[in-house]
Design a protein around this ligand. Structure first.
Ligand code: NAD
Length: 473
């Protein structure tokens, strides 16, 4: 596929091979953009903004609605592309494509709800003759940088609200999974987006990342990715708005009165969805002592029944990790933990990029697989007996995207909801629950600002005050 610059699909001599991590087969190639391409992209984007800002709200909504229809009409092809270029099974990929339709549809609706307020200027002496209001205006060129694990819907989470607001966008999709984003860009053009409204630049973050981030024409960087990359971006970005959706190490607490079947079922999916490469993935499972043995037995048994392998087969439950190197990193973390005294209850082995779904017990708090974001198909079990202790352990790391709590008691659920330090607490669901229109984001190192269309729209617009000093009131 080609990249999108100045309304044209362009190629470059140097290319990047996009391969299927399951069997290393070539899916496609994309151009390897240069720093010069970055400068050109922002030239176009700035002109694109002049067009986008003048589009009526109705027009912006129509482009988004039509794009959603195009994706809906081509759902299976989008799903196959997601499954081929990334880690998701075809069933997981279909869900992502459906969510993308929803994200774009809600963006079209929210475009009509960008509102302001009148301001009571006469609330301070001297303001008697003043009348006015504020309205939210587009921020300008948005630089969107996205990760590999949801290569379509996380792109839609940036393009949808950015276009709803009247901005233009320079998008850099993940180096390893750029194809779904390019196909979405093509849908936007077909739906009538002004040709300079969107630039999609494909290339390695290490090569073009700094030039993208430092460009003064970007008024906002909307980044989703790892904490380390986010920190680097924040250090060099200069004066521009930052939206940061970063990583986590999500805790789940299963209380003594929890519905065991429900807890096991949702934590399995939460831990192993997309081979654990999920910012909301369940990594630490704190289970009350009264339920611990029963939970462990069922959870381990059902983990060992997971069918792993070919992502395009309907029956496959879990695919490979994104690269062999990433799989080797997770294998090394498991080895480190076992050397420190942890026990593998099931899984633990790797073949190529496939890592078995793995459950660990007695993991020391100094092990990487406890303290850092594993971003792989492993989960640690810990017994707990006291609520304060469970909440303190859940809060003990410098991350805070989602946390989850299983209980039948409303009182305990409220205590947990108020006591957990994070952007979202799921009661009787694993951490891996998200509705695309809810406020989504993290506290501590997990991020800055919120996405979720309406909330991203706030971040991607600026209030402008208009004040009339009337000669007569
Ligand atoms: P990553 O940080 O390696 O890469 C993310 C994006 O940044 C890619 O497009 C990459 O090419 C680009 N990039 C890399 N170096 C750059 C630089 N110096 N300057 C500018 N851009 C640069 O992350 P990843 O491995 O693709 O994704 C996994 C991470 O993303 C995990 O930590 C996960 O938790 C996080 N994530 C967070 C959310 C969320 O909503 N909070 C959602 C999905 C993934």
């Amino acid at each position: 596929m080609k990249m999108l610059l100045g309304g044209e699909w362009v190629d470059r001599d140097r290319t990047i091979e996009v391969t299927d991590p399951y069997d290393d087969s070539l899916v496609d190639t994309v151009p390897q953009a240069t720093v010069e391409d970055v400068h050109v992209a922002f030239d176009h984007a700035q002109r694109g903004f002049e067009t986008a800002r003048k589009m009526g709200v109705y027009e912006r909504g129509e482009v988004l609605r039509r794009t959603a229809e195009i994706v809906r009409g081509d759902l299976e092809e989008f799903a196959r592309l997601i499954a081929r270029e990334g880690s998701k099974t075809i069933r997981e990929a279909r869900k992502e494509a459906e969510r993308c339709v929803n994200t774009l549809t809600v963006s079209a609706e929210e475009a009509k709800r960008i509102m302001g307020e009148t301001i009571p200027f006469d609330s301070f002496p001297g303001g008697e003759n003043r009348r006015g209001f504020y309205y939210r205006f587009p921020i300008g060129v948005v630089l969107a940088i996205t990760p590999f694990n949801d290569p379509l819907n996380l792109v839609a989470h940036k393009l949808g609200p950015a276009f709803a607001a009247g901005n233009s966008v320079v998008l850099k999709p993940a180096t390893v999974t750029p194809l779904s984003a390019l196909k979405l860009a093509s849908a936007f053009l077909e739906a009538g987006l002004p040709p300079l409204g969107l630039q999609v630049i494909t290339g390695a973050g290490s090569e073009i990342g700094d030039a993208l981030v430092k460009d003064e024409r970007a008024r906002m960087i909307s980044f989703t990715g790892g904490v380390e990359t986010g920190e680097r971006i924040a250090r060099i970005a200069g004066i521009k708005k930052l939206g940061m959706e970063l990583g986590s190490n999500s805790p789940v607490i299963v209380w003594k009165d929890a519905d065991l079947e429900m807890a096991v079922e949702s934590c399995l999916s939460g831990a192993f969805w997309a081979a654990g490469q999920n910012c909301l993935g369940v990594q630490r499972l704190y289970v009350h002592g009264d339920l611990y043995d029963a939970f462990r037995e069922d959870f381990v048994k059902r983990t060992s029944q997971y069918r792993i392998g070919d992502k395009l087969r309907e029956e496959t439950d879990m695919g490979p990790m994104i690269t062999k190197e990433e799989a080797k990193r997770v294998e090394a973390w498991i080895e480190e933990a076992t050397k420190m005294g942890a026990q593998v209850l099931t899984g633990g082995k790797r073949e190529g990029a496939l890592v078995e779904p793995t459950v660990l017990e007695r993991v020391p708090e100094t092990a990487k697989i406890h303290r850092k974001e594993v971003f792989g198909p492993t989960v640690n079990l810990y017994p707990v007996s006291d609520l304060e202790e469970a909440l303190a352990k859940a809060n003990s790391l410098p991350y805070g995207l989602h946390a989850a709590f299983f209980t039948k008691s409303v009182d305990v659920a409220f205590k947990a909801a108020y006591g957990l330090d994070c952007g979202g607490v799921m009661i009787n669901d694993s951490t891996d629950y998200r509705l695309d229109s809810m406020p989504f984001g993290g506290v501590k190192s997990s991020g800055l600002g919120r996405e979720g269309i309406k909330f991203a729209l706030q971040e991607m617009t600026e209030p402008k005050v208009v004040c009339f000093n009337l000669t007569q009131s």
